[in-house]
Design a binder for this molecule. Structure first.
Ligand code: AMP
Ligand code: MG
Length: 403
């Protein structure tokens, strides 16, 4: 790609191209204890019936339900107490007509019994049990396999594992969990004026915000960030770094130098070691965005202004990272909110507007200089206005991508 102007394409088009070059990451097995928050790589299947035996889910008495039909407070049914069922592995027990067995929650149902009367609805009198309420067959009993049957799929691949999922995986014997490997994101900052955060910038210098911004965004997206350093607007230096990074990273982000100024070397460097597929996206801020690849490794050149960087991360890179991680759907980053005020928009052009979520949960559009860092600080997320839409009206429900 050459020429002195950017060939701008719509964000949705750029996202499509960006997603199409994202490779599939492989999977790895981790200990169940370490699987929280990871993405399940294979269906999780139960290795046993759960529960593995018919069990009581109340403290009480195992009975034959049909014998309790007439039981009331005034006219209790009297049953002979034949003993107590222990927890855990115990001898096989059974009851016959006229009997009951004391059973704890989780105790194994004796043969012959088909229900459990709760302790609260009984009295014990000289070794006999007075049952004061009837129970239906199956009442207070969990049958073998009622929770999960052996070989049934408990979770489908692609699920982000929550705390409750980890509990369920323990129940089905998943000691090692197949999860998607966390993709490694290489992060490069460019700019002769950029200094690291622990330095007080001299006049003309600026602290490296973007390495950290990109790194945090990668982490938030379930990836492992690798900050690869600051390059001083030198094409050869950047080419060497990109070449080295392509085999060590699953995706590379390069901040700064992505426009067409003489000092901007990112497109040239990517072009030198790989391909440039997109240079220019209809996004404000964020227009001079580059999408390319080096070998099979996708690379995104992001404009250096942090507000633009964050916009590009949020509306383009986010989809790449999701796909790279193996996630089908977005995971809790979208929120519906009613608009507080109208947003005018040029028909035909897709637009992204930053919004603040008010205390009442409304989305307030923030206008003003799109490049300032404080617009990121003050906003909570971004709303997309689709191409062909003449703007949005106050009260309309919009989807906000939360930062
Ligand atoms: P560039 O995209 O390289 O033309 O940079 C655009 C603006 O963003 C300039 O004012 C840069 O100084 C600034 N900038 C570039 N990289 C960074 C960075 N890593 N952190 C903070 N600001 C940056
Ligand atoms: Mg620069």
């Amino acid at each position: 790609m050459s020429g002195s102007f950017l060939k701008v394409i719509a964000v949705s088009e750029a996202v499509k191209i960006a997603e199409s070059i994202v490779p599939v990451v492989d999977s790895e097995n981790v200990d169940l204890e370490d699987a929280y928050g990871r993405i399940l790589a294979e269906d999780a299947v139960s290795d046993i019936d759960i529960p593995g035996f018919d069990k009581s889910w109340k403290d009480g008495y195992a009975v034959i339900a049909s014998e309790t039909v007439t039981a009331t407070d005034n006219m209790p049914v009297m049953l002979r107490l034949a003993g107590r069922i222990p927890m855990g592995i115990g001898e096989d027990r059974s009851i016959v007509k006229g009997e009951c067995l004391n059973i704890p929650t989780g105790g194994r149902m004796p043969a012959g019994a088909d229900a459990v009367v709760m302790l609260e609805y009984t009295d014990e009198v000289a070794g006999d049990i007075l049952v004061k309420r009837p129970v239906a067959p199956g009442e207070n009993v969990i049958c073998r396999g009622e929770d999960f049957k052996k070989d049934s799929v408990v979770y489908k691949a692609g699920k982000v594992l929550t705390a409750s999922d980890i509990g369920a995986l323990a129940a089905i014997g998943c000691a090692r969990v197949p999860v998607k490997r966390k993709p490694v994101i290489g992060i490069i900052s460019t700019g002769i004026e950029i200094v690291d955060v622990d330095t007080v910038p001299d006049i003309g210098q600026i602290r490296d915000v973007n390495s950290y911004l990109c790194s945090a965004f990668a982490k938030k997206s379930g990836c492992i960030p690798r900050r690869l350093g600051i390059v001083r607007d030198d094409c050869e230096e950047l080419k060497a770094l990109l070449n080295d990074a392509k085999d060590k990273c699953d995706l590379i982000l390069v901040s700064g130098g992505s426009s067409k100024d003489l000092k901007d070397v990112t497109a040239q460097a990517i072009y030198g070691v790989g391909e440039v597929l997109v240079h220019g996206v209809a996004l404000a801020p964020g227009k001079p965005t580059i999408i390319g690849k080096i070998g099979e490794t996708p690379v995104v050149g992001i404009p250096g202004h942090p507000a633009a960087t964050y916009m590009v991360l949020s509306v383009i890179v986010r989809h790449m990272l999701r796909k790279l991680c193996g996630l089908e759907k977005e995971n809790g980053t979208l929120r519906s909110a009613k608009l507080l005020t109208n947003i005018a928009s040029e028909k035909g052009r897709e637009e992204y507007v930053r919004v603040r979520i008010t205390e009442d949960g409304l989305a307030e559009p923030l206008f003003g200089k799109s490049g300032l860092l404080n617009t990121i600080v003050e906003s909570d997320g971004v709303v997309k206005i689709a191409a062909g839409c003449e703007g949005l009206e106050a009260g309309e429900v919009v989807e906000v991508f939360m930062w």
